[in-house]
Design a protein around this ligand. Sequence first.
Ligand SMILES: Nc1nc2c(c(=O)[nH]1)N[C@H]1C(S)=C(S)[C@@H](COP(=O)(O)O)O[C@H]1N2
Ligand SMILES: [Mo]
Length: 191
Amino acid sequence: MSQDASPPGQRYVPALVPMHYGRVPRLHLDRWSFTVGGATEDGGQTVVDWATLQDLPRRTVHSDLHCVSKVSVAGLTWSGVPLAEIVRLAPPEPGVEHVLFSAAYGYSAAVRLTDLDDPSALLATHLDGEPLTPEHGWPARIVLPHLYAFKGPKWVLAMDYHHTTPRGYWEQHGYHPRGRVEREERYAYRD
Ligand SMILES: Nc1nc2c(c(=O)[nH]1)N[C@H]1C(S)=C(S)[C@@H](COP(=O)(O)O)O[C@H]1N2
Ligand SMILES: [Mo]
């Protein structure tokens, strides 16, 4: 859809193939929730269960997916709840600049709070008009099209606010804390 020019260093492949470590988790909707915690404004946790999620505003976004391993897929249609709505529902303490998303089996990803303001940033439940398949993150995954896709956990379960830069799974392995595709922020370098 938006394949005008490849972002720096990326090569387009025809279709989305599942890319993750380990097995596909089996989650249950009646036990599923997305919990917002850490440095929240009210000091507590907000638990968004599946029924609550259905009542939140939704948006559909057309975007490309960019894996940090240099493979991209064009023209995906995601829909779900804008992450800005989640932040509005459960705001952070003043001064918070980071979040850490956590998913089933210990996967996690560190994201700058300002990157959640992007109108394309979603807690996505659908891909191309259908509920997510188990391989692609059912029941919900994070979609941040302007960041490398490792910033978007499938099978996501929680978001925690942090005052200092957290390290998720790939950030602990030397990948970039910010991860913007247009700036080719793939790796964190030490001096
Ligand atoms: N829970 C979880 N989410 C994940 C990953 C993972 O290993 N575990 N891999 C990430 C990476 S590196 C990419 S490129 C995308 C791939 O999305 P896809 O499997 O739907 O193609 O998922 C991201 N989300
Ligand atoms: Mo990736």
